[in-house]
Design a binder for this molecule. Structure first.
Ligand code: SF4
Length: 723
């Protein structure tokens, strides 16, 4: 008998890891993913993939799927019970009755939903509508709060809308690229490849990197500013001071297109080069050089990420950098602008549909009565509730105290990724009911689930995502859903319909048969807004490929670059300078906790490793977590590579092996964010309180964006002694 191989198909999709949003072509035999390659036509990557993207097929192997995936619904009715396999009908009926009873007895704000930037735009849209439209609570937040909310607040305060102005093509047209708070080579590798190409094409291009660590990105820079953690606002104010002093600002642009400069000018007078160099711990001459290159550039492009965002002053950091761009007119022209790099693949889509506690669809604000009325009219409901919902840290704090009784977690792992893990785990233990909707049953949060809802994942899902440059990609499923898993949007819609029935509603708000209908409703919510996509359709996205927003009715293409006309979406049409003042990190180093701990990504892992952790090759770069320390500090403490140390902050303590960090300054240590308790404890969950690096991080958050300071904690380090 002759074996006949099934014919292979190749389907366009996007990589499910970072916000670069690379296009991939998935090769499949209809039952499994056989291989992936970069999509040569996708404008984000033109065929390239990094180590994570190029191994996507290895995380989709059938045997692994059976071991690691959630395959069927599981339910337990009492905490002391084990979860048992249950049918979808039983599970969703139970949930609908439980939610209805809790809402009736304790009000709609007694429930909360915690979503993820990994979800597709359509998933996000229906969960947001379920909470704000049907249940009547704004308790919907997302792990994007931990990722991009300071960038959102920074854009809105200065430019009037949550819209990154530049595009990837601007990398080729810049003559200065300022990478700040971003290890681009590791966290956004294909963007970094584009920067390398631009340097080859234009040897005069200057790359400036500001970062506490001498990362691989910093090593290649023309100028590296090793700033102390959290000092970015002082750096940007200092650069503006120098630009003012040396007449490198564009007064005509400031007068014609901005407001609020006089007050900021008074503030930055104080930020002398000497003072800023001292605050930032950098050389004064380097600071002068950075300001001059930036101010004299024909086109300066800043690219930034969590080093700015994950901070108790994240909004001010974003605004101070945008101030610098506005004052020097480095915005709204080719090769220039402030460009936030989104961490997750669809953090942008979540923002577009208003999947946060204080936002509404179409970049609307919950606090604006007209915006609430517009969404109520679109959804056909009386009103959207006015009271703001709880942001991520607030939400889990409310779960801990019992104010929120039922928490539904979708496609994210707060039992690893949130700061102050002791509080988060107490919350999950105290909740009356924890629902976890997940593709992987291996995450730490699944251990707390009373109800586990199996979700489909990459290569099975279909819908849309938006990447960092505002580009929407539509993709289709390659494989059928695994076992009894369902698409995230399907679970939300079916639950919503059951809840409507229990609540006695005679007309459903969820008449959706597929993602296109959901997306069309989302599209309508953008009409007349800064992100207007009323000229787009699934058909256009399929026929013409990924498109950037805005793309209003009548347009034939999306908009590459925003604000080229100097008109901003503010009440006056002018951009606003924000009077930014430097504030130190929340967790200050002192004699008791003398080290700055910073956290971040490693090259080959993604988030909590639920997917990348299944691919052996991705451990070749870093096999285990370690605390990276400078040679000076290791010698002072008589530590050697591999020695185990207690790393202790005010929030918790963890044991890590020490590793010499060539990139570390004395007084600073670094731990990768990816490992949770599986590695660290090795003795079962909750056995010894080991929960990865976020056991150490602070829940302090930015007052505007509510984004926690996951990037920094003050710690002490003591060698672990074993009897
Ligand atoms: Fe995926 Fe990001 Fe790598 Fe592109 S750069 S292949 S989107 S992880």
């Amino acid at each position: 008998e002759q074996l006949v191989a099934a014919p292979l198909t190749e389907t366009k999709a996007t990589c499910c890891y970072c916000g670069v949003g690379c296009g991939v072509l998935i090769q499949s035999d209809g039952e499994k993913v056989v291989a992936v390659r970069g999509d040569p036509d996708h404008p984000a990557n033109y065929g390239r993939l990094c180590t994570k993207g190029s191994t996507l097929h290895l995380s989709a192997r059938p045997a692994l799927q059976q071991q690691a995936r959630a395959l069927y619904p599981e339910l337990r009715l009492a905490r002391t019970d084990q979860r048992e396999r249950a049918s979808w009908a039983t599970t969703l009926d139970f949930l609908a009755n439980k939610f209805a009873a809790t809402i009736r007895d304790h009000g709609p704000d007694s429930v909360g939903f915690y979503l993820s930037g990994q979800l597709l735009t359509e998933d996000y849209y229906v969960f947001n509508k379920l909470a704000k439209g049907l249940i009547g609570t704004n308790n919907v937040d997302t792990n994007s709060r931990l990722c991009m909310s300071s960038a959102v607040a920074g854009y809105k305060q200065t430019l009037g809308a949550d819209a990154p102005p530049p595009c990837y093509e601007d990398i080729d047209q810049a003559d200065v690229i300022f990478l700040v708070g971003s290890n681009t080579a590791y966290a956004h590798p294909i963007v970094y490849r584009r920067i390398e190409d631009a340097r080859k094409a234009n040897p005069a291009l200057k790359v400036i990197v500001a970062d506490p660590r001498r990362t691989d990105t910093a090593r290649e820079a023309d100028l590296f500013l090793p700033i102390l953690p959290g000092t970015d606002v002082a750096l940007f104010n200092g650069m503006l001071h120098i630009c003012l002093w040396e007449d490198l600002v564009d007064l005509d642009y400031i007068v014609a297109h901005t407001e609020g400069f006089a007050e900021l000018k008074q503030t930055v007078r104080e930020y002398t080069p000497k003072m800023v160099a001292e605050i930032c711990g950098i050389n004064e001459a380097d600071l002068m050089q950075a300001a001059r290159w930036f101010g004299q550039a024909k086109a300066a492009l800043s690219m930034y990420c969590q080093g700015l965002n994950q901070s108790s002053s994240g909004t001010a950091k974003n605004a101070a950098l945008i101030n610098l761009h506005l004052a020097t007119h480095q915005i709204g022209k080719p090769g220039a602008g402030p460009f936030s790099l989104t961490g997750q693949p669809n953090a942008m889509g979540g923002r577009e549909v208003g999947g946060l506690a204080t936002m509404l669809s179409g970049h609307r604000d919950l606090g604006n009565p007209q915006h609430r009325a517009e969404i109520a009219a679109l959804w056909g409901i009386d009103a959207v509730p006015e009271k703001p919902g709880k942001s991520a840290v607030e939400m889990f704090e409310a779960v801990r105290t019992g104010e929120i009784k039922l928490i539904w977690i979708v496609c994210t792992n707060p039992a690893q990724s949130m700061p102050e893990q002791a509080m988060i785990r107490e919350a999950l233990s105290n909740a009356e009911l924890v629902v976890v909707q997940e593709a992987y049953r291996t995450t730490a949060s699944c251990d707390y689930a009373d109800v586990l809802l199996p979700a489909s994942t990459w290569s099975e899902k279909e819908g849309t995502v938006t990447n960092s440059e505002r580009r929407i990609t539509r993709f289709k499923s390659v494989l059928p859903k695994l076992a009894e898993s369902r698409h995230d949007w399907e679970i939300a819609v079916e639950f919503a319909r059951k809840l409507e029935a229990v609540m006695g509603k005679d007309k459903s708000l969820f008449p959706f048969a597929g993602t296109e209908e959901i997306w069309n409703e989302h599209r309508e919510s953008t009409r007349g807004r800064d992100l207007d996509i009323t000229g787009l359709s699934f058909k256009i996205l399929e026929e013409q490929g990924p498109q950037q927003w805005p793309y209003p009715e009548g347009a034939t293409t999306g908009k590459k670059r925003l604000y080229e006309d100097g008109i901003f979406p503010t009440a006056s049409g002018r951009a606003r300078f924000v009077n930014t003042v430097y504030q130190p990190v929340a967790d200050r180093v002192d004699a008791r906790y003398p080290f700055h701990l910073t956290t971040g990504r490693l090259r080959d892992q993604w988030h909590g490793m639920s997917r990348t952790g299944t691919v052996a090759q991705l451990f070749a770069h870093a096999a285990e977590p370690a605390v990276a320390m400078s040679k000076t500090d290791m010698e002072r403490r008589q530590l050697h590579n591999g020695d185990l140390v207690h790393v202790t902050s005010k929030h918790g303590s963890q044991i890590f092996p020490v590793a010499l960090g060539e990139d570390m300054r004395a007084g600073q240590v670094f731990v990768g964010m990816h490992w949770g308790e599986e590695y660290v404890s090795g003795r079962g969950r909750d056995g010894d309180g080991s929960h990865g690096v976020n056991a150490l991080t602070s829940p302090a958050y930015d007052p505007s964006s509510k984004q926690p300071e996951l990037k920094h904690a003050a710690v002490k380090i003591l060698k672990a002694e074993f009897p």
